[in-house]
Design a binder for this molecule. Sequence first.
Ligand code: FE
Length: 199
Amino acid sequence: MTFELPALPYPETALEPFLSADTMRFHHGKHHQAYVTTLNNLVKDGPYASKSLEEIIRLSANEKDESKTPVFNNAGQHWNHSFFWQSMKPNGGGTPQGELAQRIERDFGGLDKFKDMFQSAAVGQFGSGWAWLIAEKNELKIMKSSNAMNPIAIGKQPLLTCDVWEHAYYLDYQNRRADFVRVFLDRLVNWDFAARNLR
Ligand code: FE
């Protein structure tokens, strides 16, 4: 199948002043588009051509053959970015509601502690990667991953993610990844999206 860049779920300007339209234009229109274009070129006419994105990620993650690594990297990055755009919304942040709120309280000791732990994981990811909130066997956990790796490649259930590749924040925050992640948690995160993924 041919993959396509999904439209952003909000206008490029909608996350200002926290993420600029310039950041969104380059990140979505250039970086994410490049992963989609490269993935299509890599899988066309090959054994992955008939597979879904999730199938390609699971299959290529387990490939011993290093020539398949670019397939995994571009498929993972397409999936991760599609999930990341939905993990944010204009006027985001605030507090989760309902079952998600109860489980954050139970599994992390409250929203503030969750935010501190998520920020630490995001800042502690050496080099490029992602920070995740995941559900594993009825327990919420924080996970970080390198490069294109993600929870679905290893059979886990993601609820939300923050991109901590430098391209995600450098135009607006330069080297201050911790500041970007704190703004993500306080002002951008889409708790409704995370709650929908919990079901
Ligand atoms: Fe990115």
